[in-house]
Ligand binder design. Sequence first.
Ligand SMILES: *Cc1c(COP(=O)(O)O)cnc(C)c1O
Length: 408
Amino acid sequence: MVKVNENYLKLKAGYLFPEIAKRVRLHSQKINPLDLIKLGIGDVTEPLPKICIEAMSNALKEMSTSEGFKGYGPEQGYKWLREKIAKNDFSARGCEIDADEIFISDGSKCDTSNILDILGNDNQIAVTDPVYPVYVDSNVMTGRTGNALDKGGYEGLTYLPISEENDFKPEIPSTKLDIIYLCFPNNPTGATISKDEIKKWVNYANDNNSLIFFDAAYEAFIKDVNIPHSIYEIEGAKNCAIEFRSFSKNAGFTGVRCAYTVIPKSLKGICSYGDEIDLWSLWNRRQSTKFNGVSYIVQRGAEAVYSQEGKIEVQNLVDFYMNNAEIMRNRLINAGFKVYGGVNAPYVWLKVPDKMSSWDFFDYLLEKSNVVGTPGSGFGLAGEGYFRLSAFNSLENVTSAMERIINI
Ligand SMILES: *Cc1c(COP(=O)(O)O)cnc(C)c1O
């Protein structure tokens, strides 16, 4: 018989979201399912920007003519999109990123996992705890960890705890790490990082020849002008960081699928015989071999995000969700909850009251208010005692969920 990749057997069987679904399903049998309000999964709810729809329908019409038909596009993405990204997301913020250094893809979930393809198996890898589970599981699947530990987490991975004590910002390690995943604004905690703080990470990485994976999927939600949108706003970052961006949360592309990854040409890795190799070439080779690009139609939709109208529509979407987040924050604070996040990120991260566990609070909220959230412990050991509520919902649902929670 074929042999399976036994690394998959180490995975703590996709525990979080299936378990939530199971508990919600059981509860739904006792109530009118229409009474449920789901503030659990981080998926957008509002329709696509009109200008993106228009761009995509025009692109589709183009494809229906022999002059406009497009077959395979460049694996790295169309130049016109890469140039718009370089100009609007980087040049405009004082970062010098070349269009060539931008690789268009069908999602940051895939990119943050696939990037491991071009890196050795014997790197010391660090994630924050709590963390976006994709980073951990993709390392497990590729054999970069040992077994799951009884107390939670995996052998061989380094966990950088984030909690109230450090304002949900990981401390700079005293040991040498090779790869560090950082996500700011953060999912699940909603925390952000200042220029000075991220500068310390860039310095650490350059001093130790480490590589930072910077996931900026939520950069559009930053309101505070002092918070960096890109790690490349920090001097030296082009020598130590790969940045992941996505159109999923800002333009509502979770179902359309478009994202990009920035690999500066100055980034280097080392091979066992001591030669330095540039990571750009490896990723370019990887994408050319294993990926055939994002659809022309979708890339035209993403391009429209950078039009004048697109920028306004995206800002309106972001403002809509951030108004939800503000309502959630204010109401929960008034009701006596200890609340984090929700200011520069669409997630509110609350401290579970009365020393309940995260799952106890999940059940309590579901039973008493028919509101679904996400237990903090599902994102890692250090998430125990916290609970995530997402601002991705209608104003009506958010308002009524808050009323119900407050009136329990
Ligand atoms: C939603 C999200 C993404 C975006 O993923 P896509 O695959 O581009 O939809 C990336 N990172 C984090 C932490 C997220 O929450």
